[in-house]
Design a binder for this molecule. Structure first.
Ligand code: EPZ
Length: 421
């Protein structure tokens, strides 16, 4: 298992290119199952989760051409000949988003067997709302031996109201509904930009969808869909992570490709903390000079994203004053706090809130990554900690950040990837 070794204390300066959005690419690759033929995706991020998704699609019979991925982030998938409808445990257990093939397989073949994604470090993460939506569209769903077994001779439109806003739940049910007979209305649908991007790609494939980006999405089923060529939007969480990196080191960065409209809540909160951020040069210019403590509660989009909570906590470890950061989306997403405390942070957990008191310095230590964004927060802390920080188990990081250490090296960080024997 690799680790990152960071010598803290360098101010970051320079330009960073933001990669394509992981959480847009994953559902888009699953959506390709809906329309037989060759789909082409541009600006695909090179990530472990993308590799896992391509492995899953290959087991389903999809032909994957990743020759373009290395030099220009282009990927082609030909879904003409599916040969299986089984998403096996050994793949799903490494990436819960594999459950996103459920809706497309049901819509395309009328059957699907998808391993139930287990819980993960940040919470139980059930998929009950995905399954309830499929049943309302006319599928029969059983859980047997840890697998979701679903089948539907024909899917029909339905009025579906999600008990809670669920990103992949909205995506999965929307993909099942686009070929269902008749009209489907999704109430309390997720508003995330990745959901909107998926809907727009489905419309390019011939689907009839409106209301994406609002709580009510309306879908008129169509008989056939056609393959799509689509460029993936920039990753708002990677961009937010680099905003935090500039802020925590007191540096100045230009984030090329970052979209301010996808980061309004993050930008507002960082500005409140004293970070200078402006739209410039087709991206965002960010300058950190002094940090004030701020309070925040994570919320579904357009609120402050849970995927930026760990990064903000790292930032607040060095801010003047006391911050209260409340995690309302997941029940166990403070694993990074214990590791940050080992670096000298002053954080107290009270229920769903972390009370962070800024400290004059953090000290380098060996710390353990537990989930994707927790890993990012440990890297941020390492960038300003005195001495050396080793971040272990960075396969978590590799799931969602494309060559993070190289991007940080290019703007002045002293960070190396060390391959563990
Ligand atoms: C998506 O996960 C993202 N993953 C997550 O990003 C992100 O943290 C999350 O949305 C929230 O924004 C992808 O898009 C691949 P949810 P998802 O369903 O869809 C509960 C990252 O770092 N819930 O919106 O799994 C659930 O337990 C990852 O890139 C049910 O109860 O999240 C949670 O409390 C981490 N039943 C809440 O809803 C269900 O059927 C929101 O979860 C589904 C969800």
């Amino acid at each position: 298992m690799d680790k990152l070794v960071i010598h803290g204390g360098r101010r970051l300066q320079g330009e960073v290119s933001i990669s394509g959005a992981k959480n847009a690419a994953l559902p888009l690759l699953a959506a390709a199952i809906l329309a037989p033929g060759k789909h082409v995706f541009h600006n695909v991020p090179r990530l472990r989760d993308i590799d896992t998704t391509l492995e899953l699609l290959t087991t389903l019979g999809v032909e994957v051409d990743r020759s373009g991925l290395e030099h220009d982030h282009t990927l082609a998938v030909d879904t003409a000949n599916l040969k299986s409808h089984l998403a096996p445990y050994e793949l799903v257990k490494t990436m819960r988003a594999s459950v996103l093939v459920l809706g497309p397989l049901l819509a395309r073949t009328g059957q699907a067997e998808v391993s139930l994604p287990g819980g993960c470090a940040i919470g139980a993460r059930p998929v009950n709302l995905h399954l309830k939506g499929m049943e309302q569209l006319g599928a029969e769903v059983q859980i047997e031996h840890g697998y979701i077994k679903a089948q539907a001779d024909k899917l029909h439109g339905a009025e579906i109201a999600f008990d809670i806003s669920t990103v992949t739940g909205t995506e999965n049910v929307m993909m099942a509904a686009v070929k269902a007979e008749g009209r489907t209305v999704l109430q309390n649908a997720a508003l995330e930009p990745e959901v909107v991007e998926l809907a727009e790609a489905l419309v390019k494939m011939g689907a009839k969808i409106k209301g994406q980006g609002t709580e009510v999405i309306e879908i008129e089923g169509v008989k056939e869909l056609r393959p799509v060529e689509h460029a993936i939007m920039p990753d708002r969480i990677e961009a937010g992570t680099f905003l935090a990196a500039a802020a925590i080191t007191g540096g100045e960065l230009l984030l090329k490709g970052a979209r301010a409209d996808h980061l309004a809540a993050v930008i507002a909160k960082l500005r409140e903390a004293g970070v200078a951020i402006e739209e410039k040069g087709g991206g965002l210019r960010v300058r950190g000079d002094g940090l004030r403590a701020v309070d925040v509660s994570t919320r579904p989009y357009p609120g402050f994203p849970t995927d930026m909570q760990a990064q903000l906590i790292a930032l607040m470890c060095r801010a003047e004053g006391l911050s209260v950061i409340t995690e309302t989306v997941f029940e166990n997403r403070f694993m990074h706090v214990l590791e940050l405390e080992r670096m000298g942070a002053n954080i107290k957990i009270q229920g769903r809130s972390a009370i962070v008191t800024g400290v004059p310095k953090l000290s380098g230590a060996s710390v353990m990554a537990t989930d994707l964004r927790a890993s990012a927060s440990l890297v941020l802390a390492g960038l300003i900690a005195e001495g050396t920080t080793e971040v272990l188990r960075i396969y978590h990081l590799d799931r969602g950040y494309e060559t993070l250490e190289r991007k940080l090296q290019a703007v002045g960080a002293e960070i190396q990837r060390v391959k563990e024997q």
